[in-house]
Design a binder for this molecule. Structure first.
Ligand code: FAD
Length: 616
């Protein structure tokens, strides 16, 4: 039998949220890319909730968009409800979220992929990784797919999500598969183990989906979208969308009683599942046990699309058996007669602890092999998309012999995400929160394009149209700021006047009507630049202090055993993580300031001299 051989620059395995952005990013940068996925009808499928964005996740989508990614444009084109969360808090906390039309979103992402030059999307199941070399010099050469087809490439990105040795649990029933109705990938885990990677297990869960025709919405509370829906993408002008409402209901004492009586049938409590799950997104059984004094938990009934009556019960992930799920749903206000269309389930899957990666998302063990998405122990479509984009860009940059794209913690939530993963690893599924970012005021969702589009332009991730729009917006921000500095009121410039907490943009346009026509996105930047200038400057000073550490680079494959007085714990951790600079080294848990002082002294060739306090 003849074996088919295909040659590419980059092969991406898995067309989920990570794989699609990875393939698009590499292709936009000129690499010839194959995107291989088990089923073309599940490209960019939302395994769980039909929504994009949310607190901190919305920031990530804006950043992915600012770097030319597809997620923001796709949700703008297919969303059915848009809300800006945390509106009452300061701008650093504002986070866009949209309810997706799940099918339409997938179709839109698939359309974007199919239209992308240099990118071939193919239905293939990848069975094995091809490598050459040994010891510290192993490099990837491609993958072997079903039927023996070989896809040869110097860079491979694994973005296989929850599909590695995946097992679904609904009560006592166990079914192999990475998502309801789909299969699992067994052999890739074996390839990874053979190559010496550490492979561990995590779990997550999903709730039941109901037939909306059988829900009595009169017993629930309507939650409409925003009156002035705001887009995710910096390319989308005004959103013209007919929005659908979501509905709020609650669990109650009877539901909790039922769950308690059936805990022994919930795989997590019966000992059937032992791996860790996401703490912030617990199953309903978990919530009832952990928050035993809470009389009710809020649930959102979310439509899965415009052309379907299927409704997602947000807040009720469960692994309880079907009969208990039926009873539980029928005890909830509005759902007494509801029909379950798909039952909830928990899923266990393999992931690779991400401290095995460089900040480029290339593995330390196998040159040219990158991991992105849930395989790295994260959860969430947005976290996956961000990693995909960075892995795809770095695969292309590596092949082009160019400098890697590594975003700092002060530049992007994406930088925070990847630094957390590769520096600290994970002990539970990782999701992004605003609290993980120390420079929140700099990393606002509204300024993602100002922070990142110039990088996108320089790397080739962003096309000329997007770069031009960014330049025009910057020019307009500068013009309006100048107008505010040139006009005076009550003895001060309008810019100074606007700094006063009680003064809003409307007060400015009342005095200078020519500014009334300025676009909302420009006004927002001008106002924040002026009102928050002091806070922003303080954060920038902190960044500058931290940068001194970041500038002290540590050579690749640095030999920590050569630092004789370094504590064993620090030596082992530094050798495993291989930080790229002192700033990253300082964030490794268990590495103390004294260890860093020794490292610094060694790097400067001053060992033996009195260690200097590099923090000062
Ligand atoms: P996926 O979206 O899983 O995509 C992986 C892709 O790889 C799939 O298309 C698959 O077909 C393909 N693939 C796998 N193996 C191969 C192979 N060998 N060859 C070719 N193609 C392959 N996230 C949350 O934020 N909150 C939640 O509450 C939540 N609940 C979840 C519940 C369940 C039951 C599941 C399954 C996931 C849940 N998630 C949740 C996680 C969310 O779905 C993922 O974080 C996100 O989809 C990860 O994106 P990804 O691209 O890494 O992987």
């Amino acid at each position: 039998m003849s074996v088919c051989r295909y040659e590419y620059d980059v092969v991406v395995v898995g067309a989920g949220h990570a794989g699609t952005e990875a393939a698009l990013a590499a292709a936009r940068m000129g690499a010839h890319v194959a995107l291989l996925t088990t089923n073309l009808d599940t490209v960019a499928q939302m395994s769980c909730n039909p929504a994009i964005g949310g607190v901190a996740k919305g920031h990530i989508v804006r950043e992915v968009d600012a770097l030319g990614g597809a997620m923001g444009r796709a949700i703008d084109a297919t969303g059915i409800q848009f809300r800006l969360l945390n509106r009452r808090k300061g701008p650093a906390m504002h986070s866009p979220r949209a309810q997706a039309d799940k099918r339409a979103y997938q179709t839109e992402i698939k359309r974007i992929i199919e239209s992308q030059e240099n990118l071939d999307l193919r239905q293939e199941t990848v069975l094995d990784l091809l490598t050459e070399g040994a010891g510290d010099h192993v490099r990837v050469t491609g993958v072997r797919a079903g039927g023996g087809s070989l896809y040869l490439a110097p860079a491979v990105i694994l973005a296989t999500g929850t599909f590695l040795q995946a097992l679904m649990h609904t009560g006592e029933t166990k079914t192999p598969g990475g998502r309801a109705g789909e299969g699992t990938t067994e052999s890739l885990s074996q390839s990874l183990l053979r190559l010496g990677f550490q492979v561990l297990r995590f779990k997550t869960g999903t709730p039941a989906r109901l037939n909306g025709r059988t829900i009595d919405y009169a017993q629930t509370q309507e939650q409409p979208g925003d009156d002035d829906p705001q887009p995710f993408s910096f390319l989308t002008g005004k959103l013209q969308v007919q929005q659908l409402p979501c509905w709020i209901t609650y669990t109650n004492a009877q539901v909790h009683e039922l769950i308690r009586a059936n805990l022994h049938r919930a795989p997590m409590y019966s000992g059937q599942i032992r791996s860790s799950g996401p703490r912030y997104c617990p199953s309903i059984e978990d919530k009832v046990v952990r928050f035993a004094d809470k009389p009710q938990h809020q649930l959102f009934l979310e439509p899965e699309g415009r052309d379907t009556r299927e409704v997602y019960v947000n807040g009720l992930p469960t692994s309880l058996p079907r009969d208990v799920q039926d009873q539980m749903i029928h005890l909830i206000a509005g759902c007494q007669r509801a029909h379950i269309m798909r039952y909830g389930y928990a899923i266990e899957y393999d992931y690779c602890p991400p401290d095995q990666l460089r900040p480029t998302l290339e593995t330390k063990r196998v040159s040219g092999l990158f991991f992105a998405g849930q395989i790295n122990g994260t959860t969430g479509y947005e976290e996956a998309a961000a990693q995909g984009l960075i892995a795809g860009a770095n695969a292309a940059l590596k092949l082009q012999g160019r400098e890697a794209l590594i975003l700092g913690r002060d530049q992007a939530y994406i930088g925070v995400l990847i630094d957390d993963l590769v520096t600290c690893g994970v002990d539970e599924p990782y999701r992004m929160f605003t609290s993980r970012a120390e420079y929140r005021l700099l990393l606002r969702q509204d300024n993602a394009d100002r922070r990142l589009t110039p990088w996108g332009r320089d790397t080739g991730l962003v096309d000329a149209d997007r770069a031009l729009r960014w330049e025009q917006k910057e020019a307009e921000i500068a013009r309006v700021t100048q107008v505010l500095q040139a006009h005076r009121v009550e003895g001060v410039t309008l810019a100074k006047y606007l700094q006063r907490p009680e003064i809003a943009w409307a007060d400015i346009t009342a005095r200078l009507p020519e500014l009334a026509a300025v676009q909302r996105e420009v006004v927002e930047q001008v106002v924040y630049d002026i009102k928050y200038a002091g806070y922003v400057m303080r954060q920038q000073e902190q960044v500058a202090r931290q940068k001194r550490l970041a500038d002290r680079r540590i050579p690749e494959n640095f030999d920590y055993s050569a630092i004789s007085h370094l504590r064993t714990e620090a030596r082992q951790k530094l050798a495993r993580i291989q930080p790229v600079n002192l700033a990253q080294a300082s964030r490794i848990s268990g590495v103390t300031p004294a260890d860093l002082a020794l490292l610094l002294a060694h790097l400067e060739g001053k060992l033996g001299q009195k260690s200097r306090d590099w923090n000062s």
